[in-house]
Each structure stands twice: as C-alpha cells, then as structure tokens.
Design a protein around this ligand. Structure first.
Ligand SMILES: CC(C)(COP(=O)([O-])OP(=O)([O-])OC[C@H]1O[C@@H](n2cnc3c(N)ncnc32)[C@H](O)[C@@H]1OP(=O)([O-])[O-])[C@@H](O)C(=O)NCCC(=O)NCCSC(=O)C[C@@](C)(O)CC(=O)[O-]
Ligand SMILES: NC(=O)C1=CN([C@@H]2O[C@H](COP(=O)(O)OP(=O)(O)OC[C@H]3O[C@@H](n4cnc5c(N)ncnc54)[C@H](OP(=O)(O)O)[C@@H]3O)[C@@H](O)[C@H]2O)C=CC1
Length: 409
C-alpha cells in the first residue's frame, strides 16, 4: 500500500478518502483548491460512473470561490448574452448600458432586447430607487402577552443600545430601525439596515445576532431563532411586497403610438388590455404575490450574470406592472418591491460575475457608498420593464408561441 499519509496530489487525496484518512469536505485543508476540486470530482466520477469533464473545465482559480461554495467539483456554465444597449435616466445610473443576462431560455434575450430597442426609440427609461433596507427578524419566546408588551416597550426605549451592539459588527452597515410584531408569546423584532453596496444578508445577520444577545441579557425574552421568517428571506411574503426589502425600485417609459404599432406589431390599447386582464385580474384571481408577466425572467438572468443570490429571485419577482393609454401613447411602469442586490460581497467577487457588474459600470463600492447597488437596481428595473413591454406586446400580437417555436427549440 502506498503511504499517502501526507500526500497532497489529487490521486493521493482520492486514495486517502477511500482509506478513511480524509473526509470528502475537508480536502481543501490538505491541498490547493483546484487539486481538491479535481480529487472530489474524480471521487464522484468513480462512484457514479458519470464523466464530469465539462463541469471540470471551469475558467477561474477555484480559490476565488472559497467564500461561495463548499464541496466544489467544478462549475456550471450558463450561456450569457446582452440586451440593449438601453438608455437609463436613473437616480444613480445614467446613460446607455448593455444588460448582461445569463439564461437557458431561448427567446428571452430577444424579447428583452426588443423591449430595450423600443424604450430607446422613446428616448430611454426613467428609474428610481424609492426605498432601501435589508431586514433580519429574529423570533423570541416570552412568558405571555404581558411580557410581550414589556419587550416591545423595552425595544422602543433601548433602540440606541441595540444600534450600538449591531453597528459594532460592521464598518458599513447602519441600523435604520427595529419594528416589533407580537403573536401570543412570540415576539418578532424586524431589524432593518442600510447595507450600502452589499446585499447585506451576512452583514445584517451578524449584526442582529449581536443585538439579540443584548435583548436576552437585558430582558426575560429567549431567542428561539435568529431568522423568524418575518424578515422574509427567500420565501414569497406580503411583508416584502408592502414594506420592501433590499431595494424598492420603479422604472417607467411612455412609448409613442407609432413605436408600439410599427415595432411591437400591436396597439397601446391592446397592450393595456392584456396587462389589465392578465397581470391584474388574472394575478388577483390566482392569488399571486406580484402582478406582472415575467419579471422573474429578467431578475434571474441578471442575478446570475452579476453574482447575486439566485434564491432571492423569489422576492425580486414581486413586482407590479402598469400600462395605460395616454395622449402621448402607451405609459408602462414596473415596480419591484424587494430587489435584494449588491455590488460587493457574496458572488460579486467571482470573475464572470465581476465582469457583468463592470459591463454595467457598477462593480465594487460606490461613491457615495450604496450608489452602485442603487444603480444595479435601476438597471434591473429597466430590464424588467423592457421584458414586460415585449412580452405583453407579443401576447397582444399573438407572437408568443411562434417566438419560442423559432428561438427556443
Ligand atoms: C421574439 C420576438 C422578439 C420577435 O419580435 P419581432 O418584432 O417579430 O422581431 P424582429 O425580427 O422584428 O426584431 C425586432 C427586435 O427584436 C429584437 N430581436 C429579434 N430577434 C432577435 C434575436 N434573435 N436576438 C436578439 N434580439 C432579437 C431586436 O431588438 C429587434 O430589433 P433590431 O435590433 O432588429 O432593430 C418577439 O416575438 C417576442 O419578444 N416574443 C415574446 C417572447 C418572450 O417574451 N419570451 C419570454 C417570456 S416566456 C416566459 O418564460 C414567461 C411566460 C410567458 O410563461 C410568463 C407568462 O405566463 O406570461
Ligand atoms: N447569513 C445569512 O443568513 C444569509 C446569507 N446570504 C449570503 O450572504 C451573502 C451576502 O452577504 P453580504 O453581507 O452582502 O456580503 P458579505 O458577507 O460578502 O459582506 C460584504 C462586506 O463587504 C464590506 N464592504 C466593503 N465595501 C462595502 C460597501 N461599499 N458597502 C457595503 N459593504 C461593504 C462590508 O464589510 P463590513 O460589514 O465589515 O463593513 C460588508 O459586510 C451572499 O453570499 C448571500 O448568498 C444570503 C441569505 C442569508
């Protein structure tokens, strides 16, 4: 038997795992990240009989993903395209931008691209971030509602103490406020932070843990869970639709009648009616959270292209599309209540994701802090607007199925 006890090559690591000397998830402690990923991939290949050559043909140093993944075997590659360029008149983003989108849905980028071209024909879209704050809501157990009320009063009188504890954990995050919610002997404290250019979930969670320790030390409340699901992270929730989470951002445009008729092959009246009966009446009857056609498509594609947390498409898709016929033509808006995005931290540091952010001119920390994340939110809102316009028009002109027959198959 070869003595591999301190060998660090991929084959040696494989042998050491098979000999029970190492566990699969600790290979990076014994070799560089690429060697560890190679050894793990070979182990999976040999146990499953599946070749993972494409997964192993990734184009970045594995250690760049050190803070993003465990048990790495390689990378998934998703086709990436651009829609636009499109002109944005934003509060933080100004000028023409290509919109990077990673997707496997044929016809999606063609559609958003068509939307961008008509937005540009109308002189561009306006976009504004109207609210910003990342939330984390721990749940505490108290004896009864009398103690619940006492805790609510304590929080109101001691928010400064909670702010001090929370902000001691971060040099960027600022506590905006704490809102209590009482249900019997459960008290939820919804902490809201300005996380600047970070999406802020790690930041807010670490800061809230410090604040929760103060609550337990100073009151009779016991922390049951640092996330009490009233935050609400990665689940559809009305609280995010009403109160917002991350960025609340809105984009709008007025398309001249001629542009709608010549470029979208339909009329302002038809688009407005499709929007009302589909996005409003249909969504209401379905009990949807969000009244739009496919905002999730654009949020998902731009999230994947720019290193956002893909699971937060759940909240990002919570949007309302409006369309109305005006003297000047067709007015369309899209309002996203809870778009959780960042231009620092999380996956934004990875190579292709960083290039997606560079393409938008929003990579890294902004000046002032938070302005790059605001700009990213505005770019995604304009992309969503372009996608809504094009799909609603295609439904009005009855081109949806033919589009996917020709481009998606
Ligand atoms: C497919 C089109 C755009 C054709 O639309 P068209 O007007 O027939 O195309 P065109 O050839 O006249 O080109 C017009 C513009 O479209 C763009 N365009 C056109 N072709 C391409 C292409 N190959 N690659 C990139 N861009 C393309 C491009 O901008 C072009 O302008 P130009 O640059 O030539 O001046 C249109 O029919 C369309 O947008 N259909 C809707 C498709 C769509 O939106 N699919 C995504 C949503 S489906 C889904 O996932 C959600 C859903 C439907 O299930 C949600 C729900 O329930 O509602
Ligand atoms: N922990 C959890 O419960 C959850 C975590 N996540 C994950 O959290 C990650 C995102 O967390 P997030 O806190 O955004 O990122 P990171 O954990 O990567 O932290 C980003 C850090 O960058 C620093 N920073 C530097 N410049 C800036 C700037 N201009 N604005 C803001 N911060 C700056 C801050 O450090 P400092 O604070 O020291 O100033 C900030 O905390 C994602 O990977 C996501 O998947 C997602 C959901 C839940």
């Amino acid at each position: 038997m070869t003595d591999d006890s301190d060998a660090t090559g991929a084959d040696a690591l494989v042998r050491r795992v098979r000999d029970g000397d190492l566990r699969v998830h600790e290979l990076e402690e014994h070799a560089d990240a690429d060697t560890a990923a190679t050894a793990r991939r070979r182990l999976v290949e040999s146990e499953t009989g599946v070749s993972l050559d494409a997964v192993g043909a990734y184009g970045f140093p594995a250690d760049r993903a050190d803070a993003n993944i465990e048990n790495m075997i390689g990378a998934a590659q998703i086709p990436m395209g651009v829609a636009g360029p499109v002109t944005v008149d934003g509060g933080a983003l100004d000028g023409e931008r290509y919109l990077p989108m990673a997707t496997t849905e044929g016809a999606l980028i063609a559609s958003v691209n068509r939307g961008c071209s008509v937005v540009d024909a109308a002189g561009g879209a306006t976009a504004r971030v109207t609210k910003s704050g990342m939330t984390r809501a721990p749940v505490f157990r108290v004896a009864d509602v009398a103690e619940a009320e006492a805790l609510v009063a304590w929080v109101r009188d001691n928010e400064g103490t909670l702010r001090e504890a929370a902000e001691a954990t971060t040099s960027h995050g600022e506590l905006q406020g704490v809102t209590p919610y009482v249900v019997g002997d459960s008290v939820f404290l919804r902490f809201r932070y300005d996380t600047k250019d970070a999406m802020g979930m790690n930041m807010a969670t670490i800061a809230t843990r410090a604040a929760a320790e103060v609550v337990e030390a100073e009151t009779s409340a016991s922390l049951v869970a640092l996330s009490g699901n009233l935050c609400t992270d990665k689940k559809p929730a009305a609280i995010n639709a009403v109160e917002g989470r991350g960025r609340s951002v809105t984009a709008d445009v007025t398309l001249p009648r001629g542009v709608v008729e010549e470029r979208l092959h339909t009329t302002p009246e038809a688009v407005a009616e499709v929007n009302t009966r589909k996005n409003h009446v249909g969504s209401a009857k379905a009990g949807s959270l969000g009244f739009n056609a496919h905002v999730a498509n654009v949020v998902a594609a731009m999230f994947l292209a720019t290193g956002q947390d893909a699971a937060q498409v759940v909240e990002g898709a919570n949007a309302i599309t409006t369309a109305e016929v005006r003297e000047a033509g067709l007015y369309v808006s899209v309002s996203l209540a809870s778009l959780e995005i960042g231009t620092v931290g999380g996956g934004t540091k990875l190579p292709t994701q960083g290039e997606g952010l560079e393409l938008l001119g929003v990579a890294g920390g902004g000046d002032p802090a938070g302005s790059n994340a605001d700009a990213l939110a505005e770019a995604i809102a304009v992309g969503a607007l372009a996608g809504e316009l094009s799909l609603l028009a295609a439904l009005g002109s009855r081109h949806l199925s033919s589009a996917h027959e020709s481009l998606g198959r």
